[in-house]
Write a protein that binds this ligand. Structure first.
Ligand code: HPA
Length: 245
């Protein structure tokens, strides 16, 4: 079973034929919202809105453990995460879609592991390649079939938010090797790995990262919303081909 976690700009899936909704309780509390079960082009899919259906949960307050546990408990094996990012690398301009292959984690104070109780033996997951290569390929092939250009690869920097970064922080992230910046990629990817889920992300560039727009202007949320609206239509098109694969 495939799950799609939708982020900013993707709180619903218009191409999803909904069959049921389910409130799932987990040992880690409640997920962001009830899980939506349905089909896309006849294939079963579970959808979860990361920030809640009303987009009310900020990135640092998302219960990532409950979200992934809930999906795992519903027999999900593959998770495609959709997340908006700021573009740091030159070619990652607003509206572009990328399938990142690496992560740098700058988040803090989040519940970031399932292995933190005395009851379980200490476990160190391998995270050399943070995304599932097979699921990345699935997304890349789907994009090709959908006729939607995507940038293959890139380093995703996960920041704490909810504020956007300073221009100096973006310069530092770039020196660190980051190509794009978002607030929700971690601990989501690591928790998925801890549960043995195959996880990959579709990153949608919503804006130039702070200081990168080539003007003194800051980042305006109205502009971000406009870009996301257009880009998410293309993401839905890609997702239709992901479920068909
Ligand atoms: N920074 C961090 N997260 C983001 C951004 C950004 O510029 N745009 C969308 N998510």
């Amino acid at each position: 079973m495939l799950a799609i976690i939708g982020g900013s700009g993707l709180t619903t899936l218009s191409n999803l034929q909904i069959t049921s909704r389910k409130v799932v309780r987990t040992p880690y509390g409640e997920p962001s919202c009830p899980l939506t079960f349905g089909t896309i082009r006849g294939r079963p899919v579970v959808f979860l809105a990361r920030h809640g259906y009303g987009h009310t949960i900020p990135p640092h307050a998302v219960n990532y453990r409950a979200n992934l546990w809930a999906l795992h408990s519903e027999k999900v094996q593959t998770v495609v995460s959709v997340a908006s990012v700021g573009g740091i690398r030159r070619d990652l301009t607003p509206g572009m879609i990328a399938i990142p292959d690496q992560i740098i984690d700058y988040t803090y104070g989040r519940a970031f592991t399932f292995f933190d109780s005395d009851a379980t033996p200490v476990t160190h997951i391998d995270f050399t390649h943070p995304y599932c290569e097979r699921t990345r390929e699935l997304c890349i092939t789907a994009a090709q079939k959908a006729g939607e250009p995507v940038i293959v690869g890139g380093v995703y920097a996960a920041t704490q938010g909810p504020r956007l970064e300073t221009a100096a922080e973006i310069n530092r992230l770039e020196r660190d090797g980051a190509d794009m910046v978002g607030m929700t990629g971690m601990p989501e990817a690591a928790l998925a790995r801890e549960l043995g889920l195959s996880y990959a992300a579709i990153a949608v560039v919503a804006n130039y990262a702070a200081g990168r727009a080539g003007s003194a202007a800051g980042i305006r949320m109205e502009d971000v919303a406009k870009v996301l609206k257009g880009a998410m239509a293309r993401v839905r098109n890609i997702l239709e081909h992901v479920v068909e694969a």
